[in-house]
Ligand binder design. Structure first.
Ligand code: ATP
Ligand code: MG
Length: 598
């Protein structure tokens, strides 16, 4: 991540206030770090922790990262960077099913692409929760011995029935009073594989009457005879997420464990479990603390993993990295920028109240960052021939176009000019409507960075379609020469020399969904009508066109981004481009075309 050591320049938010408060109070100053995630006694034997704070980004490797994850990534890595800490990259791979190396690789790639690094203080901080399984078992046994956990042998149905409701207390399990020795024996036999899935479960012993249902003896270990992608068949008991997560944080010396709001009700258990394990002497104090912020919700997309999987599996899109997908691999192919995500995350801020952010906010951030960095090029997306009748067939000369009109230091590039040009079909009409200043018979127009021409007419095919426009070059009108200013023209169009241009497939991407809230009920919907988010897919979200591009674009490398003048921002596709033959994706248009109806 770019250096930004001065947190004063960042917009304040409640999490920054908490971190600043904790640092001022020296709450974490005495922590020690053994150089790796470890139990309390091992950490205590280490050096003073070089990191002021430790945060973490803990995805489950069961899917690709989406725009919501970007908010969490930039928040956690940003806090660590700004306050002299480190953010751990941790795979929360405690669930043996549905996890895959393919996801692991893609996740690491996306986090790096966003500009985040887990290297700090001379070491990497890439961790796997599955490396802590042994400790989690050990801690569970310590809890059993201390009378804080028991093996329950009720059926899943009985457990559900006895959990109670929001208004009714739960009922104690008949197995709740098992002795520590009996519990320990059963838990060891669970680990040894003596029982089938679901036969027993290890639960924390808290309070079946707790008003917070999450404290009614939550499960901490379950039997699951399944292959894990890293530990194989070494374990047949796996920890529950709510037990595993606080332990992962504590072993890694995390100070601020930041998660989304739906975990707010889990916080008491987070604290309870860590305090009990610390009491057993297995974890060092001060313990990590959990803080919640509101997740990102965006219009015109879906961010639920289940729905994203459905889009891919049912082939509504061409894969996880389809440029229309709200995934980071998709955004990258689309031509979105890491800087744009950074700007977006600062602009939307961090709060505790749920909100829905309009997609145009993200698109604007992309436009702003692309405007800064993207060199200008010429593209004719809907080409029609323009023939300059008074220019000889073999004439060739060069004009100069600036690479970035607001940044003269980026220089100019030569663009070839000749008798036959490509122009946009919409830049010529036979009978101009009021206020139309571009080509129509008799009108003078400037070819941008080139000459002034006078339109003289057009050729049509048998069906009346215009197949070529004719014009005459005006003498002494070349841009940048003394005579150029004597012409007063209102219209200015872009063009390409036809024999030099690069014919190329250009993909015009637009929003994946046509409505702000895909699948949501709309005003006037009949009672009981259920909408399917798939019905709201935008049928015009992808168009492939045959465009003509400036010859220099042939040399574009995959992922090079440009502004095609008058059209928007485009990127050379990283998957389908070949050396010397790039294809381009539209990232965003120059202006928001969705703002006033589409
Ligand atoms: P799952 O339903 O599989 O748990 P998830 O979206 O929570 O899906 P994780 O891989 O567990 O996926 O998420 C990793 C981190 O990203 C978590 O800390 C989570 O809080 C955060 N995160 C996920 N979705 C969003 C979102 N929409 N906005 C902000 N943060 C998010
Ligand atoms: Mg999750």
């Amino acid at each position: 991540m770019a250096d930004a050591p001065n947190p004063e320049h960042k917009p304040a938010n409640f999490l920054r206030h908490i971190v600043e408060h904790d640092l001022a109070q020296g709450i974490y100053a005495g922590r020690r770090w053994s150089g790796k995630p470890a139990s309390g006694p091992e950490q205590q034997a280490g050096q003073p922790d070089p990191a002021n704070i430790r945060t973490r980004f803990p995805p489950e490797p069961n899917g690709y990262l989406h725009f919501g994850h970007a908010k969490s990534i930039l928040l956690n890595f940003g806090l660590a960077r700004d306050y002299g800490g480190v953010c751990h990259m941790r795979f929360d791979d405690t669930n043996p099913e549905k996890e895959d190396q393919e996801y692991v690789d893609a996740i690491l790639d996306s986090v790096k692409w966003l500009g985040c690094s887990w290297d700090a203080f001379g070491q990497g901080h890439l961790f796997h929760a599955s490396d802590y399984f042994d400790f989690m078992v050990q801690a569970a046994e310590a809890l059993i011995e201390a009378g804080h956990a028991y093996v329950d042998s009720q059926s899943a149905e009985e457990m559900r029935a006895n959990r109670g409701t929001l208004t009714e207390a739960g009922k104690d399990s008949p197995y709740r009073s098992r002795s520590p020795a009996e519990n320990l024996d059963l838990f060891k036999r669970m680990q040894a594989g003596e029982f089938p899935d679901g036969a027993h479960i290890l639960r924390a012993k808290i309070d079946m009457a707790a008003p917070n249902i999450n404290l009614r003896d939550p499960a901490i270990f379950r039997i699951r005879h399944a292959e894990h992608h890293r530990t194989g068949d070494r374990f047949c008991v796996y920890p529950m997420y709510t037990y595993a997560h606080p332990i992962e944080d504590a072993l890694e010396n995390i100070t601020h464990s930041i998660c989304t709001l739906e975990f707010e009700d889990q916080r008491p258990f987070y604290d309870w479990i860590l305090e009990r394990i610390a009491d057993c002497g297995l974890l060092a104090r001060p313990l990590p603390k959990q803080y919640e912020f509101s997740r990102l919700n965006l219009t015109y997309v879906v961010l639920s993993k289940r729905k994203l999987i459905q889009l891919v599996e049912e082939k509504h899109v061409e894969g996880w990295d389809d440029p229309r997908m709200p995934t980071l691999v998709g955004a990258r192919r689309r031509g979105f920028t890491p800087e744009g995500f950074q700007l977006f995350s600062e602009r939307i801020g961090v709060t505790k109240s749920d909100s829905l952010i309009d997609m145009s906010v993200l698109e604007d951030c992309m436009r702003e960052t692309l405007n800064e960095s993207a060199p200008r090029r010429i593209a004719v997306l809907d080409p029609v021939k323009l023939i300059l009748d008074n220019v000889p067939e073999d004439h060739e000369e060069w004009c100069e176009a600036p690479n970035h009109p607001q940044k003269p230091e980026l220089g100019k590039r030569p663009v070839p000019f000749s008798r036959e040009l490509w122009i946009e079909r919409e830049d010529f009409v036979e009978t101009p409507p009021k206020g139309f200043f571009r080509l129509f018979p008799g009108n003078l127009v400037r070819l941008r960075y080139g000459f002034v021409i006078k339109c003289v007419g057009c050729d049509k095919d048998a069906n009346g379609n215009i197949i070529a426009v004719h014009a005459e070059l005006q003498p002494d009108s070349k841009s940048g020469t003394p005579g150029a200013d004597t012409y007063k023209v209102k219209g200015n169009i872009h063009w390409l020399s036809a024999k030099h241009a690069y014919p190329c497939a250009v993909r015009l991407y637009d929003r994946l969904f046509a409505v702000p809230a895909p699948g949501a009920r709309r005003e006037g919907d009949a009672e009981g009508l259920e909408r399917d988010f798939l019905d709201d897919l935008n049928p015009r979200s992808k168009q492939i066109i045959s465009a003509q591009l400036e010859p220099s674009l042939k040399e574009a490398m995959a992922e090079d981004r440009f502004q095609f003048e008058r059209h928007g921002y485009f990127v050379a596709d990283r998957k389908d481009s070949k050396p010397g033959a790039p294809v381009f994706n539209r990232a965003v248009t120059l202006k928001d075309s969705w703002a006033k109806g589409h």
